[in-house]
Design a protein around this ligand. Structure first.
Ligand code: LLP
Length: 436
């Protein structure tokens, strides 16, 4: 992946940096991000739109991985930003991300979060539900401040992916149903409001998608609605946000498309529908998360204990697990790995990589093909850049790992490893006296 190589010692290199040295210097578990690969992925999408001559915003869906450093990188690469909480918004502002390129998502944004969006003057709120419309109107009036909005709709398109991570179908907690009148009702509530500037519509059909049909189908349905609103209300949308969800390669079974392949069909649909419905071609916004940072991230672990279940399985245990990557336990997600300090050796062994957390399901890879391992070896697990650190927890009071960015032979700490002191910083001692 990306800038990965193997050096003369047989050690895995990323961004021109020896991962075994990184493990020594920063400790494990460690997330290593290939900065150049994130840049390449970002440019892949941005260039695609440029080549097609389509005005677009590529918004990084930062739920995939959020921290000051990645927000700075996203700003450098001219990405826009999708945030889904006050915490992500706060971090983005801290990182100096241009507020006007921030889009705020979420199905239950709090009043405080929405106020923060107004106060920081972000570019757009993606409105999810009727309650939110009421709250936004109230805040806008109180602050005497206009806000750009998109209406999030569920077009009733089901993407072929894991059930847990499918968000575009009719029975969804997100957005206004496009097909039962709710989207029209929401439209009427915002279109003539003096404080709300309705830019257009948003839809997101799911995650880790490899087919382009779903995106085109959704785009077509949303364009139809735009056509109706133009005819019946004279409203012309200027923005169509088609969400994220572009699949990446975790294992050899995954066959991802190139950015231009993901995007070309949906653009064709939007262009064709615009012409048919005599609409001005809207600006296209997309929100890739995984496909910008997923394969740029590699997790390094140190191998500790081993256990043989005779005739069944060899376990090797690492110093992290579901606390830094819950995806295998939660979604049955598959990964590939290599022994970073023996990267040139043949993969002659099969091991099940277990985490260290107190749960039998805490296995990172079942039956991984690997080099023969010894305790103390460094395991590098690939494509952990999306929804790894961002879904990390302190289960078992395990501190969150450190995160390092590498590029051109240089490495830089982006998130410090949590310390035991960090773990207790919010704990308060009990002051109640023991009862008689
Ligand atoms: N836009 C919206 C409105 C979304 O809900 C999502 C992801 C994205 C964009 C970015 O999707 P991506 O390009 O990253 O697929 N935790 C799960 C994924 C949850 C995705 C939630 N929404 C996982 O680890 O696979």
């Amino acid at each position: 992946y990306g800038t990965q190589q193997v050096n003369e010692q047989g050690n895995l290199m990323i961004g021109g940096v020896d991962t075994v040295e990184l493990a020594k210097q920063y400790g494990t578990p460690l997330f290593v991000y290939d900065t150049a690969l994130i840049r390449k992925r970002a440019r892949g999408f941005i260039d695609t739109f440029e080549k097609l001559g389509v005005t677009a915003q590529v918004a990084y869906a930062s739920k995939a991985f959020a921290c000051v450093a990645v927000y700075q990188l996203a700003a450098q690469e001219n990405l826009s930003l999708d945030v889904v909480s006050g915490g992500e918004l706060f971090t983005a502002i801290k990182a100096g991300f241009p507020a006007e390129r921030i889009h705020f998502h979420g199905n239950n944004k709090s009043i405080a979060e929405l106020e923060l969006a107004f106060d920081t003057k972000i570019g757009c709120i993606v409105v999810d539900n009727f309650y939110e419309i009421t709250v936004i109107k109230e805040i806008a009036q109180r602050k005497n401040q206009k806000m750009n909005v998109l209406l999030r709709v569920t077009p009733g398109v089901e993407a072929h992916t894991h059930d847990f991570i499918t968000t575009g179908q009719a029975d969804s907690k997100f957005g206004f149903d496009l097909n039962n009148g709710q989207a029209d009702e929401a439209f009427k509530l915002v279109v003539n409001d003096e404080f709300i500037n309705l830019l257009g519509l948003h839809c997101h059909i799911g995650s880790q998608i490899f087919e382009t049909e779903g995106f085109s189908l959704a785009a077509g349905k949303v364009m139809q609605k735009m056509g109706v609103w133009k005819q019946e209300h004279g409203f012309e949308a200027t923005v169509l946000n088609l969400g994220g969800g572009f699949g990446i390669r975790y294992t050899a079974e995954d066959k991802p498309l190139e950015p231009h392949e993901y995007v070309a069909d949906m653009i064709k649909t939007v262009q064709a529908e615009s012409e048919k419905l005599s609409l001005t071609m809207p600006e296209i916004w997309i929100e890739p998360g995984r496909s910008l940072v997923g394969d740029a991230g590699t997790s390094l672990y140190t191998i500790g204990s081993q256990k043989t279940v005779p005739g069944l399985r060899e376990y090797i245990a690492v110093d992290g697990g579901m606390s830094d990557n819950i995806r295998p336990a939660l979604y049955d997600a598959k990964y590939e790995a290599v022994i970073a300090n023996k990267a040139n050796n043949a993969k002659t062994s099969t091991y099940t990589v277990a985490g260290k957390l107190c749960e039998s399901g805490d296995k990172l890879i079942i039956d991984a093909a690997l080099q023969k391992v010894e305790t103390g070896d460094i395991l590098a697990m690939f494509c952990t850049g999306a929804y790894g650190y961002s879904m990390a927890s302190n289960y078992n009071r395990v501190p969150r790992p450190a995160v390092v960015f590498v590029e051109n032979g240089e490495h830089q700490l982006a998130i410090q490893r949590e310390s035991y002191e960090n773990l207790v910083v919010n704990d308060l001692p009990l002051t109640l006296k023991k009862g008689e």
